[in-house]
Design a protein around this ligand. Structure first.
Ligand code: MEV
Length: 319
């Protein structure tokens, strides 16, 4: 028996950091996916193959010290806990994601869906999310779970920590360009730093997160009414808030200003900050100029399309 699955990467649109404290966020799944293949073995062994990471036939025995494969291992452990029958398999992943836009969560989700089919568990989306979120927390200890939720449900979602996401409609002409700074951010560390600052200034942070919540309400209105100007204003506004919280980075600022100078309607950092990505709202007319501007400033630009969530992909032939 063989099962193939895929799960998309994600991007945070609005509400990073605030989502950790129970404020809603808006995120979406992107057109870059991670694929997982499981093939039954005659023996009871579980062998892991991650060609992208140079890992071949790694024998899985429950615990792993290998950080690179921690997420997939954790997903396997969490699924096997609920499975009585012992069956061996080869597992392999392949990623289209050139840079980190949710590889860890996508690998967890694609693995869980593959094992769900392999063991005929008939898991619901909520179960896949819960097991996926637990698997991520087992490895990194923190996180709101929005990345797992976005990868499972796909499209654009409104997510409140631990709750079932709500699908959000978005304008057809929503055109987004991402600029990766080339600087790898340490999400866990930045989330902890924000937590420390919040302890020093609890009332400030109540106000900041309150403002973020109102911003999300405006964004929902902007999405409903296809009001790109409102969305752009909210992007600029929330970026200011995030910068004030101390989570921006000189390279993010450079790419954000370069994008706006090249005609982006609005731009903000996306994710934890401290490096990684910024995202710009553009029009069909300004798109190429913004992409060139990001490249000129030594960022890595790419246009993103909003895509569907994780699924079985047995018809794929080239994997
Ligand atoms: C990181 O991509 C987004 C944060 O809000 C952390 C999280 O939600 O897990 C900073």
């Amino acid at each position: 028996m063989e099962v193939k699955t895929s799960a998309p990467g994600k991007l945070m649109f609005f509400g990073e950091h605030a989502v950790v404290y129970g404020i809603p966020c808006i995120s979406f799944a992107v057109n870059q996916r991670l694929y997982c293949k499981i093939k039954e073995r005659k023996d009871k062994k579980i062998l892991l193959n991650f060609p992208d990471l140079g890992i071949k036939n790694y024998e899985f025995n429950g615990k792993t010290e290998n950080k690179k494969i921690g997420f997939v291992s954790s997903a396997i452990n969490n699924i096997l806990e609920g499975v009585k029958e012992k069956r061996g398999f080869d597992l392999e992943t392949k990623s289209e994601m050139k840079i980190g836009i949710g590889t860890s969560s996508a690998s967890v989700v694609a693995t869980i869906i593959a094992l769900d089919k392999f063991f005929s568990l008939d898991l619901k989306k909520e179960d896949i999310f819960n097991i996926g979120y637990k698997s991520v927390l087992d490895v990194q200890g923190t996180g709101s779970g929005y990345d797992v939720a976005t990868s499972v449900y796909g499209g654009m979602i409104k997510y409140i920590k631990g709750e079932k996401p709500i699908e959000i409609k978005y304008p057809e002409n929503l055109c987004l360009v991402v600029g990766h700074t080339g600087v790898k951010a340490d999400t866990k560390k930045i989330v902890e730093q924000v937590g420390e600052k919040r302890k020093d200034y609890p009332h400030f942070f109540d106000d900041i997160f309150g403002l973020t919540k109102r911003c999300i309400e405006e964004v929902e209105k902007g999405l409903r009414e296809s009001d790109l100007r409102k969305l752009a204003d909210m992007m600029n506004f929330t970026h200011g808030i995030l910068n004030g919280m101390g989570v921006s980075h000189p390279k993010l600022e450079e790419l954000i200003f370069a994008s706006k100078n090249a005609g982006a309607l609005g731009a903000k950092l996306s994710g934890a900050g401290g490096g990684d990505c910024m995202i710009a709202l553009v029009t069909e007319e300004s798109k190429d100029k913004v992409i060139s501007a990001i490249r000129e400033h030594r960022g890595i630009p790419f246009e993103v399309r909003i895509k569907n969530g994780a699924k079985v992909e047995n018809e794929i032939t080239d994997f």
